[in-house]
Design a protein around this ligand. Structure first.
Ligand SMILES: [Zn+2]
Length: 295
């Protein structure tokens, strides 16, 4: 099944809800970065959260999520946009920690419990919007919820989950975000809280074959969903040999000459998608010419 996200309104428009099936997206990230199970879950949850936050901005607008904790994962960076595209990496892809006391993947053990959760949004304005909150959980979904409550002042419930196979590949991945608009009545809020407690993890529901629409109906306790949009989502990186070439030019002619003399070439690796770009001596010479102010 193709990955997609649904945006919906419910309860007379007082509840905004998003759900995403992101199994292929997270699987692609897992393959590209060769993540082991704890790193897969940590990066996967952040990618899913990125898709959900990305769904709140317009098409070309983009955002970056950085989770910088004191755990062995070191740092997680995810870029997402309003078109359903996401990319990201975890600084330590090779973590396979023992399961936690609940028998689940120990994402908190990887991320840590101290540090910062930050979001930068480029909404096409002069100044990017930027907000940050301390890590409160390390399990990531709670950290998204806390960020939304404190930094964006939107009361939300966020669920992010990734099921990992024993060979470290991804079985299912997905998530939801429910936001309560001002003026929602207490009864609606109580009903949703009750449903949230009863609902199993999204990855389990996806594994059972439920669609994002069905998951939202269950979470919101209503059949009456006003689906606003259905968006295809995917792992996508916009890097290119040309872009890395510009970065090499920016290093300056002396540095490029050193690459030619010492290494007889250069290799650039994209941290977001792990694509590699090779530059021959001739190509470096051409870049050096540009650095010197040639065409
Ligand atoms: Zn890339």
């Amino acid at each position: 099944m193709e990955d997609y996200l649904v945006k919906a309104l419910a309860h007379n428009g007082f509840v905004r809800a998003y759900a995403v099936q992101a199994t292929n997206t997270v699987a692609e990230a897992q393959r590209r970065h060769d993540t082991w199970h704890t790193s897969s879950a940590a990066l996967g949850r952040t990618l899913v959260g990125g898709l959900l936050l990305g769904a709140t901005v317009k098409g070309d607008d983009k955002l970056t999520i950085r989770i910088q904790g004191d755990g062995p994962a070191k740092g997680i960076v995810v870029d997402a946009n309003g078109k359903g595209e996401v990319k990201g990496y975890i600084q330590n892809p090779h973590l396979s920690l023992p399961l936690n006391e609940a028998g689940k993947i120990d994402v908190r053990g990887a991320v840590g419990t101290q540090g910062m959760f930050s979001v930068t949004k480029d909404l096409g304005l002069k100044e990017p919007f930027s907000g940050q909150t301390p890590i409160v959980s390390g399990e990531i979904a709670e950290d998204f919820t806390y960020y939304l409550a404190i930094s964006e002042q939107i009361p939300s419930a966020v669920g992010l989950s990734v099921l990992v196979n024993t060979d470290d590949s991804i079985k299912t991945a997905g998530g939801f975000m429910i936001q309560i608009m001002p003026g929602a009545d207490e009864e609606t809020i109580a009903q949703i809280e009750e449903q949230l407690k009863k609902t199993p993890r999204i990855s389990t529901l996806l594994d059972e074959g439920l669609t994002p629409e069905e998951i939202l109906k269950g979470l919101l306790g209503t059949e009456e969903l006003n689906i606003l949009e259905k968006l295809t989502v995917q792992f996508k990186c916009d890097c290119s040999k040309e872009k890395f070439g510009e970065a090499i030019i920016a290093l300056g002619a002396d540095e490029i000459q050193a690459m030619i003399d010492e290494d007889h070439g250069a290799e650039a690796v994209c941290s977001f998608c792990n694509n590699k770009y090779e530059y021959s001596e001739d190509e470096l010479t051409a870049l050096k010419e540009e650095a010197l102010g040639g065409n």
